[in-house]
Every structure is written in C-alpha cells, then in structure tokens.
Design a protein around this ligand. Sequence first.
Ligand SMILES: Cc1cc2nc3c(=O)[nH]c(=O)nc-3n(C[C@H](O)[C@H](O)[C@H](O)COP(=O)(O)O)c2cc1C
Length: 203
Amino acid sequence: MRSTRACWSPGSEDGSIVHIVGVGGSVRAGSSTEQLVGTVLAAVEERSGARTRLFGGPELAEFTPYDPRAPLAPGAKAFVEAVREADAVVIGSPAYHGSVSGLVKNALDHLEELRDDVRPYLDGRPVGLVTTAHGWQAAVNTLTALRGITHSLRGWPTPLGIAANVAVSGPEHFASPPLHNRVIELGRQLTAFPGGRSIEVSR
Ligand SMILES: Cc1cc2nc3c(=O)[nH]c(=O)nc-3n(C[C@H](O)[C@H](O)[C@H](O)COP(=O)(O)O)c2cc1C
C-alpha cells in the first residue's frame, strides 16, 4: 500500500536537516563510490549533528530488479522508507560505460514507490551527487546523468557535485585536501538548503 502523509515539513520542528540518506556503491563492499558517499555523510554528521544512513553496494545488490507490481524485498523496503523520511539524500554511482551503473539505477527505480506520497519522490529535498570513474569524461558524464535523474525525481541537486577520477585520486584522497574541501562544501550546500541549517566550514 502506498503511504500518504497528511502534512510534511522538512527536518525537525525548526526546519533543520536532521536525517540524511546516502545510497551508492558497487557490489564490492567498501567500493570507492561507497567510500565517497560515506565520506560526505561523515562530514555532514560531524559538522551538523545530522543522523545519516548509508545504503551501500552490497545492500543494493540484495534488491531484485524493480517491478512495480511486486512486493518489495525487505532491504528495498527499508531503503524506500528511509528515503521517504529523509530531509536530504546523497547519491553516488560509479561510471559504467559512461553512465550510472545498473545497481544504483535499480535502487533509484525503487523510488517509484514514493510516487503517490504527499511529498512525491525526492520532492523539495536537496540531493548531493558524487561519481567515480577511471577517467574524467565518464565521471563528469555520470554526474550529469545523476542530475537528470534527480530532476526527474523532483529533487534539488546541490550546485556542487563531485566527480572523482580514481585513476588519479582514489579513496585514500577522499579525506584529504583538495577533495575533502569539496566534500565539505557539498555537505554545506546540502544543509544550507532552505529549511536546513548550515554546517560549520572550519577545517
Ligand atoms: C562494467 C564497468 C564499466 C566501466 N566503465 C567505465 C567507463 O566507461 N569509464 C571509466 O572511466 N571507468 C569505467 N569503469 C571503471 C569504474 O567507473 C571505476 O573503477 C569506478 O571507480 C568503480 O567504482 P567502485 O570502486 O565503487 O566499484 C567501469 C567499470 C566497470 C566494472
């Protein structure tokens, strides 16, 4: 059954961003994409006190291909419910043949379950986007694809997205400058969204 909620206001009663859901990775636990999404969540959690939840690659691999007629697998149900309650979302995908991976796209397909909500899909919420690839072209192209998907889901991509070329800066660079400065800025933009509370930018 689809859930409809009588009213919704973003975040807590003071309108702050309190619950952020991250989604992304590849089937390999601790994949670079999953680590990048996790780095963004950790930065926001540390600076704003928001609660975060990460749905990484191995969890997404438990989802069956999305079928609007079929009941959801438990993991997919938990994902849909978490996004339903989220004040902000972070999406990460590796570039597979120049675009979003099937694993991540299948997870996003499940957000069709939110179609009939009072706040449909990602409506009204800021969405941070990150990608990884073995080259700049695919990383940037995948970021553009995620922006298009986010718009389709009625979400608000933050002005800054992060395209990481892991051939030149792999996960060992995610927590150090200059990449980490961009992670912090993306987190600031997520929480500075109208209704959100801006995180501190001191490093
Ligand atoms: C099926 C497949 C297709 C890929 N296609 C591309 C591509 O078109 N361009 C590119 O730069 N890297 C490509 N890659 C490399 C991945 O984007 C890169 O290794 C990415 O960081 C993997 O993320 P992960 O560590 O989260 O698995 C591909 C990898 C796989 C497995």
